[in-house]
Design a protein around this ligand. Structure first.
Ligand SMILES: [Zn+2]
Length: 429
């Protein structure tokens, strides 16, 4: 063996040792592969059937079908593009068909009324339920629902086929709802081509069409993503920084969802050190700060929101986003009201309302009220790059606290100006 070969072999052995040492030293993070309240790994393609249904309200004219198709599957500013960017290409919405515009069979006001005893004998008491049934039966005349029932269990799961009903309306709005083939005198499932369609998303498009509302509803339908908005003042809400909270922006999903969906990966931090994060809009890596002496099912997630040239470029702030997570379904019910949140308000949040209970955004500034322009940690902003101040002057509000209110040992220091790459110190102190 020549000397050069020996040298290369020695290098390979040394390299393997380094790799081996790194593998041993890597801290064990939370098990993000197990489902959390029905939200689990969602990668690959989901076909979507879009049904365009028009009740012809004179005040709310329908846009051209081509405009709707562009909103759904266009190269830019589209449903398909939004999910492609958020998932780093791991999840795709594919086009099973865009059908319609179908004309409503009855006058518009019929669908916005209820008919408790089904006096008109059409089998429906809720006009909205009747509307979805009618739209799907119209689509059935030219669409084979059965071929999407891949597991042949007689029911279309939302991952086998996402059924999305689109309705013209100047003001945008949306829901996910269960369907019925008939409501009165007995409730019957909605079955077409021998398969049940149990749930739909509907989008009232808005004028101009409101992509944020459409992708919010589809995230419910296809990803089991939870709502995160609060009907009361709440200092830890995601606000503009999650699609599932505020509808005004095409914000990315929060990093806990991205981890659970199998889109992002976690770099687990259990000791002090320098960390570098690239823009999460383009790079699927986030930090999980875990203190095993406290818990392995409660942790902080840090991501770098650098919104330029992304679906969320209109967001009002950029910098590090810090989230506190209670990754323990059983513990959610007993989480006390967070500091600054009225306990009587907190008591109205259901024990299994995990989008609101398990995920908190920890803002550098949230009192006297939160401000989405001061939501992310940015060293170039004296209001949010607080870590540059001496310890004795650091505002108490910036402590990263656990859900029970006790302070954690984690400190973020030397936070640089927000940018596409941020290097900072994570201290366990
Ligand atoms: Zn919602």
């Amino acid at each position: 063996m020549r000397q050069q070969d020996l040298f290369i072999r020695a290098l390979v052995v040394a390299f393997n040792c380094i790799l081996g040492a790194a593998a041993v030293a890597a801290p064990t993070g939370p098990d993000l592969t197990k489902p959390f309240f029905g939200c689990d790994r969602t990668v690959g393609a989901v076909p979507m059937l879009s049904i365009l249904w028009d009740p012809h309200r004179p005040t709310d004219p329908a846009p051209a079908k081509a405009d709707v198709e562009r909103l759904l599957f266009g190269k830019q500013h589209s449903v398909a593009g939004y999910f492609r960017e958020n998932s780093y290409g791991r999840f795709r919405v594919t086009n099973a068909g865009v059908l319609g515009w179908y004309d409503a069979a009855k006058p518009a006001e019929h669908y916005w009324s209820t008919d408790d005893k089904d006096a008109d004998g059409d089998g429906f008491v809720d006009g909205h339920v009747e509307k979805w049934t009618e739209a799907i039966r119209q689509a059935d005349k030219e669409f084979d629902f059965a071929r999407y029932d891949r597991d042949h269990d007689g029911t279309l799961s939302t991952r086998e086929l996402a059924v999305h009903i689109i309705i013209p309306q100047n003001g945008s709005f949306g829901t996910n709802r269960g369907t019925a083939g008939r409501e009165y005198p007995t409730l019957e499932p909605l079955v077409v081509d021998g398969v049940q369609v149990p749930v739909i998303a509907e989008s009232y498009l808005g004028a101009p069409p409101d992509l944020a509302v459409v992708v919010h509803e589809l995230a419910h339908l296809m990803l089991n993503a939870p709502d995160m908005y609060f009907p009361f003042a709440y200092p830890y809400g995601a606000g503009s920084y999650s699609l599932m909270d505020w509808h005004g922006y095409c914000s990315h999903l929060d990093p806990f969802l991205k981890l659970r969906l199998g889109w992002a990966t976690a770099r687990v931090v259990t000791e002090s050190g320098w960390q570098t994060l690239k823009a999460v809009e383009k790079h699927p890596e986030v930090l999980v700060l875990m203190d095993p002496s406290h818990s392995t099912s409660e942790y902080f997630i840090v991501e770098n929101r650098w919104t330029k040239d992304s679906y969320e470029q209109a967001l009002p702030d950029s910098g590090l986003a810090v989230w506190q997570i209670v990754d323990d379904a059983k513990a959610l019910a007993s989480i006390p009201a967070p500091r600054g949140c009225d306990p009587s308000h907190w008591a109205t949040v259901g024990a299994d309302d995990w989008g609101r209970r398990a995920v908190r955004m920890i803002r550098p500034v949230f009192l006297p009220q939160r401000d989405d322009k001061l939501a992310l940690w940015d060293g170039s902003d004296p209001a949010t790059g607080y870590d540059l101040r001496p310890l004795s002057h650091r505002p108490e509000r910036a402590t990263l606290r656990w859900a029970d209110g006790s302070p954690s040992c984690f400190r973020l220091r030397h936070i640089p100006a927000s940018g596409p790459v941020m290097r900072f110190w994570v201290g366990m102190e």
